[in-house]
Design a protein around this ligand. Structure first.
Ligand SMILES: Cc1cc2nc3c(=O)[nH]c(=O)nc-3n(C[C@H](O)[C@H](O)[C@H](O)COP(=O)(O)O)c2cc1C
Length: 209
């Protein structure tokens, strides 16, 4: 691990340049990130709260960010699925080193419409569709071999039939109530802006780095 103290100098963020709507600010930053990165997918850290009150984080792929929320797909019976069922307060964290940017988003999670989950499931490769069926995500399993066997036998019995979405698999949408945009700057004097939902508007504050 390098102990080099690198400075941040790829950009800056001024109050005057911020979009008054953080969802649009996010879209603008995401567009820039997609131009700079070699990744086709947008990974984000999704954090929920587990049964013992611990934060519980894992990476998921962001699949959609319409104006009413941030969508990812998963197994509803997984740990994260159970956690948001108990407590729908959760957060997303994006880190885009290419641009020295971080975005934190807090909000409330709900299931997306079944239609959207069906549509998305159809776009997945057949192997992934079968994987969604046979993987009891987050449960203990015997060994890798049994997982692969179940996958192969699922695909064999499906033949050439279309594979329908299992009802325990689908999308979650995080509806945001708070955003923080962070732009790395020299001498650790980073730019940080917090957006807090206030009715239909958003209040914006600059925070100390
Ligand atoms: C790059 C990357 C992308 C991932 N995307 C997803 C995803 O979109 N959905 C998902 O359920 N798990 C995804 N995972 C796996 C999760 O990080 C996690 O292992 C899994 O969802 C089980 O989490 P849980 O037991 O906390 O519910 C991804 C992992 C990585 C490293």
């Amino acid at each position: 691990m390098s102990l080099l103290h690198t400075d941040f100098e790829k950009g800056f963020l001024n109050f005057e340049d911020l979009n008054t709507d953080p969802r649009l600010q996010f879209s603008a930053w995401l567009d820039e990130y997609m131009q700079y990165t070699v990744n086709d997918n947008v990974a984000t850290t999704f954090s929920s709260i587990d049964q013992e009150g611990f934060p519980s984080s894992r990476i998921v792929y962001l699949r959609d960010y319409p104006s009413n929320g941030f969508v990812f797909f998963t197994n509803y019976k997984s740990n994260k699925g159970i956690e948001v069922w108990r407590n729908n307060k959760a957060s997303l964290l994006f880190y885009w080193p290419e641009l020295e940017r971080q975005v934190r988003i807090w909000g409330y999670v709900e299931k997306v419409d079944e239609k959207l989950s069906d549509e998305y499931f159809k776009t997945r490769p057949r192997g992934s569709q079968a994987g969604a069926w046979i993987s009891a995500q987050s449960q203990e399993i015997k060994d890798r071999e049994s997982l692969e066997q179940e996958h192969a036998s699922f695909l064999k019995s499906a033949g050439s039939e279309q594979i329908a979405r299992p009802d325990f698999w689908g999308g979650f949408r995080l509806i945001p109530c708070k955003f923080e945009f962070w732009q790395g700057r020299a001498n650790r004097l980073h730019d940080r802006f917090l957006y807090l939902k206030n009715g239909t508007d958003w209040d914006i504050k600059r925070l100390a780095p």
